[in-house]
Design a protein around this ligand. Structure first.
Ligand code: GUN
Length: 296
């Protein structure tokens, strides 16, 4: 069997088009332009690339982008003061503080100081609790993107066995909640899981989010399963730099029914979902109908 490739790059383009269409209508009908504020503290090169990309795509879908670049030694007090200002700014509908933060800043404190209604990352404890209890929340972007691709591929996920490998707050845990919300039977596997290969072999859906290059080989995958690879790992092979996922694509794509590639799978969906979340937050803030198909 050769797996169908789930093209995240193309899917993300359709999500962005959908968002852009809604933004155009919103501007025409109500004069409101959704706005996203991104806060970057310090000069981590990977974070700078992400933030630039977020700003560019925000403008491309017709939204306002507000970038706040702060020095690496910015005090917690100053950062919290900026977040307070953004919380109270009606032109800002979404706030994202790029992680990781420099070590002297308390990430939990900072994230939980964002107005939950503007928390487009879905990391605030209120949003985590709302998601866990099946209530309307802001949903973390990467798991939301994975869910959209799974729903698009399968239609209903009801009754499927899903194994999420990785238990991070950003991906693994919210991914498991979303799959449970769609009536999957969900297992969260991690570094201490006993007989991980056998656990993964029981899965109709495998979501790999561990950050270990090509950790999941094809012989762990059940014939015909759907594999969503969240990993983005930089490795050197044959003297060249290469991006690989947490799944060994070569062997897994021979047994899976469908698989996301790296790059071009989950990656592009994350920013597309950030834009979708900003639009959703803007609609909710203004008591307007939310767009269909862009939330969980
Ligand atoms: N750093 C890496 N991924 C993310 C993300 O999804 N959100 C934020 N805020 N920071 C990140």
């Amino acid at each position: 069997m050769t797996a169908q490739i789930i093209d995240g790059k193309a899917f993300a383009a359709t999500v962005r088009e959908k968002v852009a269409g809604h933004v155009t209508r919103l501007k025409e009908e109500s004069g409101i332009t959704p706005g996203l504020a991104v806060v970057l503290v310090g000069e981590d090169p990977a974070s700078q690339v992400y933030v630039r990309s977020k700003g560019k795509q925000t403008v491309e879908v017709g939204m306002n982008s507000y970038e706040h670049k702060l020095e690496a030694d910015t005090s917690e007090e100053d950062l919290l003061a900026l977040i307070d200002k953004l919380n109270n700014d009606p032109a800002v509908h979404g706030i994202l503080v790029q992680l990781p933060l420099p070590g002297h800043l308390n990430e939990d404190l900072v994230i939980n100081s964002i107005d939950p209604a503007k928390d487009v990352d879905g990391f605030h404890i209120s949003n985590v609790g709302l998601l866990g209890t099946g209530q309307k929340s802001m949903v973390p972007c990467t798991p939301l993107g994975c869910l959209m691709m799974l729903r698009d591929h399968h239609g209903s996920l009801s009754g499927m066995n899903a194994v999420v490998i990785g238990r991070s707050n950003i991906v693994g845990k919210p991914m498991a909640q979303l799959l449970l919300g769609d009536s999957c039977t969900v297992t969260i596997a991690h570094s201490r899981t006993k007989d991980l290969p056998e656990v993964v072999r029981g899965a109709d859906i495998v979501v790999a989010a561990v950050g270990r290059p090509e950790m999941v080989p094809g012989d762990w995958i059940r014939e015909g399963a759907t594999v969503i690879d969240v990993g983005i790992n930089r490795i050197e092979r044959d003297g060249k730099n290469k991006l690989v996922g947490d799944v060994d694509f070569e062997s897994a794509s021979k047994v899976a029914g469908a698989i996301t590639p790296v790059p071009g799978g989950v990656g592009p969906m994350t920013i597309a979902c950030l834009l979708a979340n900003t639009l959703t937050a803007c609609c909710r803030a203004n008591g307007l109908a939310e767009p269909d198909g862009l939330t969980a």
